[in-house]
Design a protein around this ligand. Structure first.
Ligand code: GUN
Length: 295
């Protein structure tokens, strides 16, 4: 079997054009265009690329973007001062603190300081709690992008065994919470999964991943998932973006797994474009929430 490619680029384009129309209607209704403020601390090359991509995507959708840069040597207090200013600024609807922050900055303290109503990454404990309870205010961008892609390929998660490899706060944990719930706002077919989270300490990992109807790889290890770890006909979603001497590769060994899976996301052009897209969705949602709160 040769897997069908899940074309994240195409789905992202489709969703971005829907968001662009919703932004235009929001502005026609007399509101200011939604505004995203990105905070970039230091010179991490990958982060600079991500932030530039996010700015470009905003521009295409009619969303304003601001970039706030701080030097590598910044203190936690200096980053906090910037975040507090953005929290107070009524012209800023969404705040994104690009991770990773330099080692001298306490990431948890900074992320906890973002106003939950402007928390377009959904990293604030209040938003994590709401996701856990199945009543999200914002859905985190990468997990939300994955569900949107599955939905648009009519791959339901209801009753399926989803195995997630990786327990990060950005992908693994929120993905598990979203899919295990009854409905996180995308319909019952796109939730209600039986979810297993695996990680670096999981014993006999392959025995578990081979049970997956849908396998989500988010571990940050190049080509970690091999064909032997995949059940024939499984749907495989690769969240990894690893820079190697051979270029960009995912967490999945693409060639091998493509022979086993029914659907597979490529890297690049799979999950990545959807992450950026759902940030636009959340920035528009933030502007709508804040408008509703003031009228
Ligand atoms: N770094 C890697 N992924 C992300 C993300 O989704 N949001 C932010 N803010 N930083 C990241």
């Amino acid at each position: 079997m040769a897997a069908e490619v899940l074309d994240g680029k195409r789905i992202a384009k489709e969703i971005q054009s829907e968001i662009k129309q919703r932004v235009a209607r929001f502005v026609e209704g007399g509101q200011a265009a939604p505004t995203l403020a990105a905070v970039l601390v230091g010179e991490d090359p990958a982060s600079q690329v991500y932030v530039r991509n996010k700015e470009r995507a905003c521009q295409r959708a009619g969303i304003n973007s601001q970039l706030h840069r701080l030097p590598e040597q910044s203190t936690t207090k200096e980053v906090l001062d910037l975040v507090h200013g953005l929290n107070e600024d009524p012209g800023v609807n969404g705040i994104l603190v690009q991770l990773p922050l330099p080692s001298g900055v306490d990431s948890q303290v900074v992320l906890d300081a973002v106003n939950p109503l402007k928390d377009v990454d959904a990293f604030h404990p209040q938003n994590v709690g709401l996701i856990s309870q199945g009543r999200p205010q914002f859905l985190p961008c990468t997990p939300h992008g994955i569900v949107q892609m599955l939905k648009r390929y009519q791959i339901n998660t209801r009753g399926k065994h989803v195995v997630i490899v990786g327990r990060s706060d950005i992908v693994g944990k929120p993905m598990a919470l979203m899919l295990a719930n009854r409905d996180i706002g995308l319909g019952p077919d796109m939730a209600n999964a039986t979810v297993t989270i695996c990680h670096s300490q999981t014993a006999d990992l392959a025995a578990i991943t081979r049970q997956a109807d849908i396998l989500i790889a988010a571990i940050g290890q190049p080509e970690f998932i091999t064909a032997a770890m995949v059940k024939p006909g499984a749907v495989v979603v690769d969240v990894g973006i690893n820079r190697t001497d051979d270029g960009l590769v995912g967490d999945v060994h693409y060639q091998d797994v493509a022979a086993e899976a029914s659907y597979l996301t490529p890297v690049p052009g799979g999950v990545g474009p959807l992450t950026v897209t759902m940030l636009l969705e959340n920035t528009l949602a933030a502007a709508e929430i804040q408008q509703a709160a003031t009228t």
